[in-house]
Structure formats: structure tokens, C-alpha cells
Design a binder for this molecule. Sequence first.
Ligand SMILES: O=C(O)COP(=O)(O)O
Ligand SMILES: [Mg+2]
Length: 221
Amino acid sequence: MSPHLQGIQLIAFDLDGTLIDSVPDLAAAVDAMLADLGLPPAGEAKVRDWVGNGSRKLVERALAHAGDGAGEAAGREDAHERFLRHYAATPCARTRLYPGVREALTALKAQGFTLALITNKPEAFIAPILSALSLQAYFAMAVGGDSLPRKKPDPLPLTHVAERLGVAPEAALMVGDSRHDVEAGRRAGFRTLAVPYGYNHGEPVSLAGPDGEVESLAELV
Ligand SMILES: O=C(O)COP(=O)(O)O
Ligand SMILES: [Mg+2]
């Protein structure tokens, strides 16, 4: 067994940038929202650096980049609703699993680990995306960025999942691509494992000091 999994019962995965490369669909929805407002498109490279703090922050960053950052709260709310509508229409047209993900989830589940999903993405998008990628059956629980009063980097979603699943924090591992996953994991008392291929605001995730790092989830099996 991988040394990262010694003593672990529960493995909590981040979604965007860890299991799925969702930026093509997120960027399309951001650009459609910007077009509605008569603003120029942001493009995938920019959106890649803005993902990870939930949809409101993503929209705020896109508006700020377009020079519309000082906009009224009502304008930001309208932009956010437009983004949600566009993303809801096509949440999984060009979103893909990263290499090794399905194999790792299948093997880890077969080995008896409890698997959970903890994302900052709004909860409404979790089921459609998991279903489009045939991933629903792997997870005992899934928590979104608006499921609880606080999201990552707050430890609340992680402690909530561990409690609900009856697993002590020290027997739980948080696997993610960003400093928010590492910080939430550390504050929840989970062990933390980072993947370097996702979205971390343009910085190497190793700077966040995870307990371990793997190039691909395939290394876990
Ligand atoms: O910020 C988001 O919407 C997605 O973030 P995640 O990396 O927590 O899945
Ligand atoms: Mg992520």
C-alpha cells in the first residue's frame, strides 16, 4: 500500500483541478457572462488561476480583471446569476477526468477506503457532473461550497464529513490541488496530499506544505 495511505480510512477528494479538468466549461460560462455584460472574454488561462474559492469569487475575479471590479453588489449578484445559468446549461461538455483518476477511485474503493468529495463548487453542479462522468457510485458523501456555512480553507466541510462518516480526523486524508485544500486539511487535523497538475492561483501547491505530493492519483494504487 502507498505510504500516504497507512492508517487512513477516509479519503476526501477535491473536485476541480484534482479529479476533473473543468476549466474549459468554467471559462466558457465566465466568457458568456462577460459577453452578456458587454465585457471582453477572459479565456481559459486566466480562469485557471481564478478557480478554487467558489463561484462568487470566480465571478468577482473575472469582473475585476475586465475592469469592472468596483461594480455595485447588485451588479455582481446579477453577473453571478448569469454565470450560474451559463454553467448549468453545459457543466460537462469539455470537462475531463485527469489521467489515472477512475483507476485510482476504483482500486481505492475496492480496497475498502471510504471516499468522499469536498469541493468549493456550488452543490447544484456536483450531481450533474458526477453523473456525466459516471462517478456517482464512488463517493459516500459529497459536500459543495454552499452546502455549509463555511467552505475551504475553513476546516468545517472536512470535520463535517469525518463526523458524519464516523472517522477520526487522524484517519482521514484530504487530497487536493490547491493551498485551500492543504490549509483546510491541516486545520481539520487530516493528513494532506497534493497533486501538482491542477489550479493553485499560478503557484506550486508544494509551497502550501502538504504532508505528501503525488504526480498522479495512479501513484496511490
Ligand atoms: O472554486 C470552485 O468552484 C471549485 O473548487 P474545488 O477545487 O474546491 O473543487
Ligand atoms: Mg481544486
